[in-house]
Design a binder for this molecule. Structure first.
Ligand SMILES: Cc1ncc(COP(=O)(O)O)c(C=O)c1O
Length: 363
């Protein structure tokens, strides 16, 4: 009997989201308005200990506008990981600044503070760690480096809604932080991004830059974009925000089950003081990672994702000659299992059996 395929990711959208969108449609107020303002306030209350947030139409726009609002531009360098989605470095490059790639720590796949220290130059303006897979980067070490060298910290929290470090939520460490609301993230608004900041001038500029440079209509103060979130997207996001806490707890319980039962593969470590929100549950396999992924899919109907097979510095869009051995090793050996909150007990058992069987067979 063929089993149902277990997808690597599964957005959960229900009646409450549909009703919220319908209410906005009926109101006729589709563009950025009261729903977006309410979503910003609620996101700040639920996930950011009250730090201000600005909603935009994608996470990438959030990074781009955040960097511009923080004063990053031509001649500056911003240190980023190469082992991340390309949007991190793209956003730096789009400001006219240069992304400088640093290596990661293999334990948590986030930027390595020691390697970051070695690539600081007099042009370095800031460091932008990524809380990859939902695990917080080592922000206390980056804060120390930033203070020592007079640099800014920015956070790519695209994958880390609700993650904390020593009790502080990610998104409260940097000049600004960005959360993606893409459908496969831990919560979604359809497409969208949220930028948090504790700096009132950065917040003012973010609000201007997302709206053609206008605070008052037709009185454009700076050259800006249309990066506004719609009320329709905010309505979806507001409903999802009421569920993300439970979904995160389910992701964490699923991760605990895998930690306990997987055999013959490397399971994700969690740093002292860190709360991981398992946007991805990422394992390492000793050899032939691509064969392992194919066997999970073809023989066991278990979807698995590879995030990310080509490090940014080797993409044709950047094509740099850096030597980043941990990044290369991670890109060769990681694979992410389904960990989303729609999995039931039978799915979890099937995933464990599939991984352990493929590992044992030496795929
Ligand atoms: C680490 C990281 N940075 C940036 C982004 C960009 O976010 P978005 O897809 O919402 O533009 C994503 C998500 O895709 C991401 O995973």
């Amino acid at each position: 009997m063929s089993k149902d395929f277990i997808p690597a990711a599964k957005p959960i959208v229900g009646d409450a989201e549909r009703e919220a969108v319908d209410a906005v449609l009926r109101s006729g107020m589709l563009a950025q308005g009261a729903e977006v303002a309410a979503f910003e306030q609620e996101f700040s209350d639920v996930l950011l200990d009250g730090r201000s947030t600005v909603a935009v139409n994608s996470g990438t726009a959030g990074l781009h506008l955040g960097l511009l609002a923080a004063g990053v531009g031509p001649g500056d360098e911003v240190i980023v990981p190469s082992f991340t989605f390309a949007a991190t470095a793209n956003a730096v490059a789009l400001t006219g600044a240069t992304p400088v790639f640093a290596d990661i720590e293999l334990a948590h796949y986030c930027l390595d503070p020691e390697h970051v220290a070695s690539v600081i130059t007099e042009r370095t303006k800031g460091i932008m760690p990524v809380h990859l897979y939902g695990h917080p980067a080592n922000m206390p070490a980056f804060r120390q480096l930033a203070e020592k060298h007079g640099l800014a910290l920015y956070e790519d929290a695209a994958q880390a809604h609700g993650a904390t470090l020593d009790g502080a939520p990610v998104g409260t460490f940097g000049t600004f932080a960005m959360f993606s609301l893409y459908p496969t993230k831990n919560m979604t608004s359809g497409e969208g991004g949220m930028v948090s900041t504790g700096d009132s001038e950065v917040e003012r500029l973010l609000r201007l830059l997302r709206n053609q440079g206008m605070q008052r209509q037709y009185e454009n103060e700076v050259v800006g974009f249309n990066a506004r979130m719609t009320n329709l997207h905010a309505a979806i996001g507001r409903v999802q925000l009421t569920k993300v806490g439970d979904w995160t707890r389910t992701r964490q319980a699923n991760a605990r089950f895998f930690d306990k039962n997987l055999d013959g593969v490397g399971v994700p470590a969690v740093a002292d003081g860190a709360v991981h929100v398992y946007h991805q549950y990422t394992i390492t396999v000793p050899e032939d990672r691509d064969g392992f992924v194919a066997a999970l899919k073809d023989e066991h109907q278990v979807g698995a994702g590879v995030y990310y097979p080509i490090p940014n510095h080797r993409l044709p869009s950047f094509a740099r000659a850096e030597d980043l051995p941990n990044t290369e090793q991670a890109a060769r050996s990681v694979l992410s299992l389904p960990v989303h909150p729609s999995l039931d007990d039978e799915d979890l058992e099937r995933i464990v059996t599939a991984v352990n069987t493929v590992a044992k067979a030496g795929a």
